[in-house]
Design a protein around this ligand. Structure first.
Ligand code: GTP
Ligand code: MG
Length: 371
């Protein structure tokens, strides 16, 4: 049996134990006395940028969320701007009870310069309403680049009263990075939560004390398998997750042309007048244009090589593709959103029929354009 000590890892929240190096919270005996004590996994993430992924059970996560509803707290719900619909906890309302929710949209540094932030904020507010979540405010921030934090701190001050603050969200949206910035820039604490580019870093609740005896609480991310980033091998994540400002790629397409995004997904312009499409994807993902009539054959012969990632060996690990038929109505610009991959803005106003092929289970939808 694993010996459970009451002490928890200061980086990821896992209960520390000294008996099983394969399990969460393992710490060598001699490191246990250090203050703050961090588990071997956090130590490795920090120092070698490596870690095995330990995902939290969905039911555990829901139980944890349920507890928030029983408490008097402020909830900060973080979503990832790059994967907005994929990282949104649409069932949040059921769990948080009457507690106020601040919706914080993180990673805005990924958007190209010169954005109209007011417009994006309105878009977020509108989309949140459509999804049915009640929020007291929307904040656009970048935890990595320090954007929007003064406003965030102001909003927290306004809504918190003398309550605890829970920071919740899907995996990898930047919960721990955001709290680290608050610690670093707005407190005298000497603490650092573990963050990493891989989903599933924080493993249990982590309390960070506030001046008034209350806590700001980091939580493990919820795993949504409708996000492509949760389905691919970790080695392919680098190509999917943008780490720099997006460089949108514009394609003028005729009806009957296809775009391959590596071998992760495929975008067919099946019907419509010639128009331009702007791809907002990680700069590291290669886009390959071809004729729709040749697309099947190209995939057959070149998936995993010319069309990559994933590589040939890892191709079979992804679920087989399913086809999503999307009709872009006449009039407005729309985004074809593919969770974990990004989105493609259809700039034409004459309508279009688009077929998206993506691994089974990945959330694909049409939305009013964000930018
Ligand atoms: N571009 C960009 N990346 C960010 C930002 N905030 C966090 N990240 C990156 O997102 C990744 C995940 O960050 P974490 O803070 O570990 O995310 P988390 O929500 O705590 O993840 P889990 O603990 O797995 O639930 C890291 O690679 C961060 O550097 C941001 O504002 N912009
Ligand atoms: Mg975390």
């Amino acid at each position: 049996m694993t010996e459970q000590l009451t002490k928890h890892c200061a980086g990821c929240g896992a209960a520390l134990q000294t008996t099983n190096a394969e399990q969460a919270g393992y710490i060598p005996e001699k490191a246990l006395e250090r203050e703050p004590a961090i588990c071997q996994r956090c130590f490795r993430i920090k120092n070698y940028n490596e870690a095995q992924s330990i995902a939290m059970d969905h039911d555990d996560f829901l139980r944890m969320l349920g507890r928030i509803g029983d408490e008097d707290a402020l909830v900060i719900h973080i979503v990832d701007l790059f994967d907005f619909e994929g990282s949104m906890i649409s069932s949040l309302q059921r769990f948080v009870g009457n507690n106020p929710v601040l919706l914080v949209v993180n990673k805005v540094d990924l958007l190209p310069k010169g954005m109209n932030w007011n417009r994006i904020r309105n878009w977020v507010q509108h989309q949140a309403k459509e999804i049915g979540i009640k929020i007291v405010d929307v904040l656009l921030v970048s935890a990595k680049r320090d954007f929007g934090f003064d406003r965030l701190v102001e909003a927290v001050g306004e809504w918190r009263g003398d309550r605890d603050v829970y920071v919740v969200g899907a995996t990898n949206v930047g919960k721990s990075t955001l709290i680290n910035r608050l610690i670093r820039d707005y407190s005298d604490l000497d603490r650092e939560l573990t963050t990493s580019r891989y989903p599933g870093t924080t493993l249990d609740l982590v309390n960070i004390p506030l001046d008034d005896g209350r806590n700001i609480i980091d939580t493990p991310g919820i795993v949504y398998t409708h996000r492509l980033t949760e389905l691919v091998d970790r080695k392919d994540l680098g190509a999917l997750l943008p780490d720099k400002t997006l460089k949108p790629a514009v394609f003028q397409l005729n009806e009957g042309q296809t775009l391959f995004f590596g071998a992760m997904a495929r975008f067919d312009f099946a019907e419509g007048e010639r128009q331009s499409f702007t791809c907002y994807l990680s700069n590291a993902l290669k886009i390959h244009r071809t004729k729709l009539e040749r697309a099947d054959e190209l995939y057959e012969n070149h998936a995993g090589e010319l069309l990559a990632p994933p590589t040939k060996e890892r191709l079979a690990e992804l679920p087989a593709w399913t086809k999503h038929q999307l009709r872009v109505p006449r009039g407005g610009e729309m985004d074809v959103f593919i969770s974990g991959l990004g989105w493609i803005t259809c700039n034409g106003t004459s309508g279009a029929l688009i077929n998206v092929h993506a691994p089974k289970g990945v959330k694909v939808l049409l939305r009013p354009t964000m930018i």
